[in-house]
Structure formats: structure tokens, C-alpha cells
Design a protein around this ligand. Structure first.
Ligand SMILES: *[C@@H]1O[C@H](CO)[C@@H](O)[C@H](O)[C@H]1NC(C)=O
Ligand SMILES: *[C@@H]1O[C@H](CO)[C@@H](O)[C@H](O)[C@H]1NC(C)=O
Ligand SMILES: *[C@@H]1O[C@H](CO)[C@@H](O)[C@H](O)[C@H]1NC(C)=O
Ligand SMILES: *[C@@H]1O[C@H](CO)[C@@H](O)[C@H](O)[C@H]1NC(C)=O
Ligand SMILES: *[C@@H]1O[C@H](CO)[C@@H](O)[C@H](O)[C@H]1NC(C)=O
Ligand SMILES: [Cu+2]
Length: 228
């Protein structure tokens, strides 16, 4: 009995590997084998976009890796089909990461503050269509999932969607989980946009020692090389 439970949970772990976006919902059902590809293998924006706050908000996903890095990219094109469109729009607007690169540890629920309006992207306003792409690396290569959104200045995330962190250092709001730190005090990560961009040392916590980050990234790099 116990061993079959073990086998079952091992299978479940294998099936649920990598990371899985929860909110906002991704373009399509999670396909583990496609996650190393652009938008988890869904090349085109969906027509039934999710409403999402223009201002203070959060995204949630599950981490299935014990130690990982993540960033959230944004495109303002109606149907972005390349990574380049998450860096510069087809109209020539430079796009900052929606959530700069950060590092965290733990498996389970992750809630990351995000404030798209505060990015001050030219042309982005109430009613704008955008796509966010979560980029996650747990040591087995970069993984991607996308969600197509219509931004709203009046939409609030339903209370049925919880902002919960079962991991360490994903955000500084671990305890309260209200994502209010997106406005940017203290060690809040990412969503506050400290300006270091996707260069890599902008940790979710101010506590990271550069060498540790470098060591971890080196390890991830080594894994990646091994995987290739
Ligand atoms: C946003 O996308 C929807 C669905 O694809 C489309 O009908 C609508 O015209 C778009 N809105 C804008 C402002 O482009
Ligand atoms: C869009 O439609 C598809 C197909 O009906 C559905 O599976 C998906 O959940 C819908 N997405 C949203 C964000 O409503
Ligand atoms: C995105 O574009 C900026 C210039 O706006 C550039 O500095 C940066 O390296 C680019 N990032 C990636 C990941 O291509
Ligand atoms: C997370 O933060 C705690 C202190 O709050 C620290 O001890 C720990 O090393 C951090 N872990 C990671 C992976 O950054
Ligand atoms: C966006 O604009 C507001 C108001 O001008 C400013 O306070 C804020 O610092 C800007 N944010 C960024 C990331 O440039
Ligand atoms: Cu994985």
C-alpha cells in the first residue's frame, strides 16, 4: 500500500514537473514536453483573453523544482509569436520585464506581485491587450508559459484566487500574500522595478550574496550544458 502510494506520487511528480501557471490562465492546457518552447508550444494568442488589473496585481504558478529563477516578460503586440516581441514591440516600443529576474527556493504555490501600469509602457492603458510570458528555470533549462490579457483599471482579482507562497523568497509578501508590496518598499522584488532589468542579480530578496547567485547560476548553467 505504502509503496504503491510512493510509486503513484513519483508518477504524479513526473507528470507535474517543471512549473505550471495558475492565474491568469495560460494559453492552453499545460504540456510538460513543450514547456522549453515559446509559450509552452502555443504559438498564437487566444481570442478569449483574460481580464487582468492594469495596476497592482499578482500572478500565481506552481513550482515543481526546489531551487529556481524566474522572470515575467511582456509583449504589447496583439499576437506576439517570437521572443523578440517580448523585448521590443512591432511598433518599436522597448519593453522592460514585467517582473525582473529573481531567484527563489521551494516547490509548491508561488504568488508574484505584478503592476503592469507602473511599468509606464508607451500606449499601455485601460483596455490594452498584452501577453505575459513567465520564464522559469529550475535547473533543467528555461521553461515558458504565456497568458493573453486585456488590462482593466476596474477589474479586481476574484477573492477565490489566493495569493499564497509555499516557497521561500519568491516575494517579500510571503506572509500576508497581498501583493501590496508591488508598490515597491523594502525588499519587495521585481514588481517594484528597481531598474536592474533582466541582467540577473536582481534577486527577490535583498539578502542574496552575489557569489551565491553566481554559484547557483553557474550550477544551472552546468546542468543545462549536461542536458544538451
Ligand atoms: C483585444 O483582443 C480582442 C480579442 O482578440 C479583440 O477583439 C480586441 O479588438 C482587442 N482590443 C484591442 C484594443 O486591440
Ligand atoms: C478560452 O477558451 C478555451 C476553449 O474553450 C478554454 O479552454 C479556456 O479556458 C478559455 N480561456 C479563458 C481565459 O477563458
Ligand atoms: C531587450 O532590449 C533591451 C533594450 O531595450 C536590451 O538592453 C536587452 O538586452 C534586451 N533583452 C533581451 C533578453 O534580449
Ligand atoms: C530565503 O530567505 C531566507 C531569509 O529570509 C534565507 O535564509 C534563505 O537563504 C533564502 N533562500 C534563498 C534560496 O534565497
Ligand atoms: C512611472 O511613472 C510614474 C509617474 O510619472 C513614476 O512615479 C514611476 O516612477 C514610473 N515608473 C517607472 C518604472 O518608470
Ligand atoms: Cu523541470
Amino acid at each position: 500500500m505504502f509503496s504503491s502510494l510512493l510509486i503513484l506520487s513519483a508518477i504524479a511528480a513526473a507528470v507535474n514537473a517543471h512549473f505550471q501557471m495558475q492565474f491568469p490562465p495560460p494559453r492552453g492546457v499545460f504540456v510538460e514536453d513543450n514547456e522549453p518552447n515559446f509559450c509552452d508550444g502555443y504559438p498564437n494568442a487566444v481570442s478569449n483573453r483574460s481580464e487582468f488589473p492594469l495596476g497592482n496585481a499578482f500572478i500565481t504558478f506552481n513550482s515543481e523544482h526546489p531551487s529556481w529563477t524566474a522572470t515575467v516578460l511582456i509583449s504589447i503586440d496583439q499576437n506576439p509569436t517570437t521572443f523578440a516581441e517580448f523585448n521590443k514591440s512591432s511598433t518599436g516600443v522597448n519593453l522592460p520585464p514585467a517582473v525582473p529576474f529573481f531567484k527563489a527556493s521551494g516547490e509548491g504555490a508561488v504568488c508574484v506581485p505584478i503592476d503592469i501600469g507602473a511599468l509606464n509602457i508607451t500606449g499601455v492603458k485601460d483596455g490594452s491587450n498584452v501577453t505575459i510570458q513567465v520564464e522559469f528555470n529550475g535547473g533543467d533549462g528555461q521553461l515558458f508559459q504565456c497568458a493573453d490579457l486585456t488590462l482593466s483599471s476596474t477589474f479586481t482579482i476574484p477573492s477565490s484566487i489566493q495569493c499564497t507562497n509555499e516557497v521561500d523568497n519568491a516575494t517579500s509578501t510571503t506572509a500576508s500574500g497581498t501583493a501590496t508590496s508591488a508598490s515597491g518598499t523594502g525588499t519587495a522584488p521585481a514588481a517594484s522595478g528597481t531598474g536592474t532589468g533582466a541582467s540577473g542579480s536582481s534577486s527577490a530578496v535583498g539578502l542574496q550574496v552575489g557569489g551565491l547567485v553566481a554559484a547557483l547560476l553557474g550550477t544551472i548553467g552546468a546542468f543545462t550544458v549536461l542536458m544538451l
